[in-house]
Write a protein that binds this ligand. Sequence first.
Ligand code: B1M
Length: 234
Amino acid sequence: MSDDAQDDIILSELSDEELTLQMHDDLYDGMKDEIEESVNILLGRGWAPYKVLTEALVAGMTIVGQDFRDGILFVPEVLLAAGAMKGGMAILKPLLAATGAPQVGKMVIGTVKGDIHDIGKNLVAMMMEGAGFEVLDLGINNPVEDYLDALERENADILGMSALLTTTMPYMKVVIDTLVEKGIRDDYIVLVGGAPLNEEFGKAIGADSYCADAAVAVETAKDYMARKHNAMNA
Ligand code: B1M
């Protein structure tokens, strides 16, 4: 869309459906201010934070991903889109957290070594916090030592690892193998996720579960924590 056409749009006058589609366009064009404004408009209209997140932001980012894959968008454009997405997520984060339950467990999460993708991992961290977990986010590009130090220091229940590249996902096995070597594998629930992974891969590397998205991560983590508490009380 041309800048002129963009200038003519008054976001607050669009219907919910139009605004959602406009947000997909604005994400695509990396327009952080517009995304933040639109997120606030939808929230003001009574949309649940999770609905804004999934239907406006994640759905928009999926289109960006498809065009990046197909060579229509390039790294600088995708970085702008990611920046816009993060702007929207920053507004939603405290709201998602506020809807959460009392603390149900502690998670250490990070993107693996060699990988700088963090949007999905941030989403998982946000949703986990929203569900009442305490989350220590190690950020991106984590070597095995970072995970081990944090797990021990924080006395965490869950290790979450994210990888978005086929070249970095094998590093998850390096981390899990190191836990096994140190005899501490069973001390932690290990959850893995990221677009190129699948259930089979999760099993093959010895993770407890592969989580297809942030909502699944929350449900899976809750499930394991309930089992852990039941076992402790038995
Ligand atoms: Co990158 N990139 N990228 N990239 N990038 C992908 C992953 C790619 C699939 C694009 C493509 O070609 N279609 C492709 C990988 C191909 C492959 O490995 N086979 C790719 C490539 C090639 C690259 C570079 C090598 C490009 C280059 O430099 N030539 C480079 C690598 C840099 C590096 O890491 N060393 C690179 C760089 C970048 C940017 C920096 C430009 C940017 C990242 C910005 C950032 O994250 N801050 C970027 C982006 C944005 C993408 C795409 C377009 C979008 C990723 C994203 O944020 N998705 C991506 C295409 C795609 O995935 N379709 C692509 C939205 C997010 C909400 O989804 O991350 O899948 P996702 O997370 C989901 C689930 O997977 C799950 O829950 C999340 C929420 O529902 N989940 C977990 C994720 N982590 C989890 C952890 C858990 C549980 C669930 O733990 C318990």
